[in-house]
Design a protein around this ligand. Structure first.
Ligand SMILES: NC(=O)c1ccc[n+]([C@@H]2O[C@H](COP(=O)([O-])OP(=O)(O)OC[C@H]3O[C@@H](n4cnc5c(N)ncnc54)[C@H](OP(=O)(O)O)[C@@H]3O)[C@@H](O)[C@H]2O)c1
Length: 228
């Protein structure tokens, strides 16, 4: 079977740069997008793209089973996520559940389905996306549901690393500060964009994690805060 890497959220602001970095580096990519049009735009000789709601447990299960029957998946980069402002006192159950579904379940279901696949092939890597407000309460106090839901991603990585110890299975968490994307520039036109972390820097960190040397790292939490 040919090797491939799973990339979720490939149609997103960060995902586009990561996808290009992976294919430029010679990887075949199994990419997911949020919509059929988004998936179609990603399709190429080295990218097989689908539209998939990653919050749908049954759909994710069926998708991972199907791709792992046809590809030797060596790594999964799970980028799907979303943002919601609000202090604890402004956060209702619906908002909290929405953030947990978008930021945590979208990572949990692929991880759960891929763990036995990685175990069977003798190893595999997960790269997850955390966020600084989940690590620093002063950054997260106005982003309660977002920070709490991303906090679960860090815990998921720790559980994966405990499960995968001695099995060649590892999870890295990348922690960006504000990413320099067109969406963030539009939302914060007066902010100091030059202090933000570039999507290319995050992509380069991921390519290192996937490299022969990077595969020797374990339980890494990589903070890419640049100057912000
Ligand atoms: N942007 C930042 O400054 C920043 C900072 C720290 C951490 N992060 C994290 O970095 C990651 C990428 O951020 P980004 O700025 O690239 O986000 P983005 O532009 O909003 O992209 C999100 C991606 O997730 C997909 N998606 C959304 N809901 C989905 C669902 N239910 N099922 C499947 N796919 C879904 C989107 O698909 P469609 O667009 O096709 O619908 C898109 O590909 C996220 O986890 C985010 O929390 C971002």
């Amino acid at each position: 079977m040919k090797r491939s890497i799973l990339l979720t959220g490939a149609s997103g602001n960060l995902g586009g740069t990561v996808l290009k970095g992976l294919t430029d580096a010679g990887y075949h990519v199994l990419a997911t997008a949020g919509s059929p049009d988004g998936a179609e735009a990603l399709q190429s000789d080295t990218v097989d793209a689908v539209a998939l709601d990653l919050t749908d447990e049954a759909l994710v299960q069926a998708y991972i089973r199907s791709i792992s029957a046809n590809w030797d998946i060596t790594a999964a980069i799970l980028l799907v996520g979303g943002f919601m402002p609000g202090k604890i006192t402004e956060t209702d159950g619906a908002g909290l559940r929405k953030m947990i579904a978008l930021n945590f379940e979208t990572a949990f279901y692929p991880v759960r389905e891929l763990l036995p696949v990685f175990e069977k092939r003798g190893g595999g890597q997960f790269i997850l996306i955390g966020t600084r407000p989940a690590l620093e309460a002063k950054e997260g106090k106005n982003l309660a549901a977002y920070a709490l839901s991303k906090g679960l991603v860090f815990q998921l990585a720790e559980l994966v690393n405990a499960y995968g110890k001695g099995k060649g299975i590892d999870a890295t968490v990348i922690v960006p500060s504000t990413i320099d994307t067109p969406a963030n520039r539009k939302a914060m036109p007066d902010a100091g964009h030059s202090k933000w972390v570039s999507p290319q820097a995050i992509t380069d960190a991921m390519l290192y994690v996937l490299s022969d040397s990077g595969r020797q790292m374990r339980e890494s939490v990589l903070k890419l805060y640049h100057e912000s």
